[in-house]
Unconditional design. Structure first.
Length: 367
């Protein structure tokens, strides 16, 4: 039987998600695949063999005629480059910010004032690149893809794009071993940024913690600016003697990122309910998905989320406010965490690699 030929395109930002695609499609015998990426994305890839990658400068100037279907991993800029491709090919376009890309919501003036440091950059996007008027090119894709059930539910509730939208089964559990360390390892995955996470909350409560157990916190991401970096440095000197802290200064390659998370007992995910993308309001768990969901499932980890974040199909811990989070962390010990992990067992059976791979194969073959 002839294999289906699928091209994957990533010119912008989601390199880690692209590597997750590779880990799955490389094990699907009915599909041949190739990745087309920008130089910037290529420099962040570590898991995809070079023979499966072509570096391109432009989607419009690239020949995709030999492919049966195309997956666009991210599309937030250079929309005109994709117009012909959407017309000529069966394209599955992943949508990461529903209000910006799908529902075409207007910018919020409050966001302009909140992100004054990016004023020049965003003005270039809107006035020179005209992302506001050109983003409707996304609607020409044959199918839209989202990577969480909550985002798909938002699309279904809206109703306009339900028939074209698909839930992409990407999340499988790669590893579920309980860490051997007696010191509790708590990792906050992703960039250390107040835009999307309540990092200020952590800076406030960590110096006040009086834990009975030894706890090591790792901020596993690049600080958003020098101010946050300085706050992380100060935090090391402000905490209880049972607390130690590690942080990073730059982008962390996916393989190193995964190794650190594998050693964690818990993932700390202080996701803010409301954020923005290109000045357009977005809502985590509704119109936008946190990468922390995939981090929990892929690595078989329990997350600590605010109660405002929609419940995942996974066992996590949830806190109501800063006092609740403080109590959860202070009361932790290894035995308590082991008991919580027993609640994870039913979910591990749902997210095996083979089950997720089989569901993804069906979806891709139907493109």
């Amino acid at each position: 039987m002839k294999k289906k030929q699928i091209a994957f395109i990533e010119m912008e930002t989601h390199s880690a998600l692209l590597e997750q695609w590779y880990l799955l499609v490389s094990q699907i015998d009915s599909i041949d695949f190739h990745f087309f990426v920008s130089q910037k994305v290529f420099e962040k890839l570590t898991a995809i063999p070079i023979n499966h990658i072509t570096i391109i400068a432009s989607v419009r100037a690239t020949d995709f005629s030999n492919f049966d279907a195309v997956v666009v991993n991210t599309l937030h800029r250079n929309f005109s480059d994709y117009a012909d491709l959407f017309q000529q090919k069966k394209v599955l376009c992943l949508v990461h910010n529903l209000n910006f890309s799908l529902f075409l919501k207007s910018i919020s003036w409050k966001n302009i004032f909140k992100e004054k440091e990016k004023l020049t950059y965003f003005l270039k996007l809107y006035l020179k690149e005209k992302v506001g008027s050109k983003r409707n090119v996304v609607h020409r894709a044959k199918n839209f893809g989202v990577i969480s059930a909550s985002a798909l539910e938002t699309i279904k509730t809206d109703g306009r794009y339900s028939e074209k939208s698909r839930l992409i089964p990407m999340n499988y559990c790669q590893n579920s071993e309980f860490p051997s360390s007696d010191r509790i390892q708590i990792v906050m995955p992703g960039n250390v940024s107040n835009k999307r996470k309540d990092v200020d909350l952590l800076f406030k409560i960590l110096p006040k913690l009086q834990p009975q157990s030894k706890i090591h916190f790792t901020f596993l991401g690049k600080p958003e600016n020098d101010t946050v970096l300085q706050q992380l440095e100060r935090l090391k000197t402000q905490c209880h003697s049972n607390i130690s802290i590690t942080h990073f200064h730059k982008f962390i390659p996916w393989e190193e990122y995964s190794k650190v998370i594998a050693q964690a007992h818990l993932l700390l995910c202080p996701i803010k309910s409301k954020t923005s993308f290109y000045w357009v309001d977005e809502y985590y768990g509704s119109t936008k998905v946190s990468g922390a969901e995939a981090d929990c499932i892929y690595n078989g980890k329990i997350g600590i989320f605010p109660s405002s974040y929609p419940k995942m199909d996974w066992h996590n811990l949830y806190y109501e406010d800063k006092n609740d989070l403080k109590k959860i962390i202070e009361d932790l010990n290894v035995e308590i965490i082991k008991k919580e992990y027993k609640n994870l067992n039913p979910y591990l059976e749902k997210y095996t690699f083979e089950k997720v791979k089989s569901e993804l194969e069906k979806l891709l073959l139907n493109l």
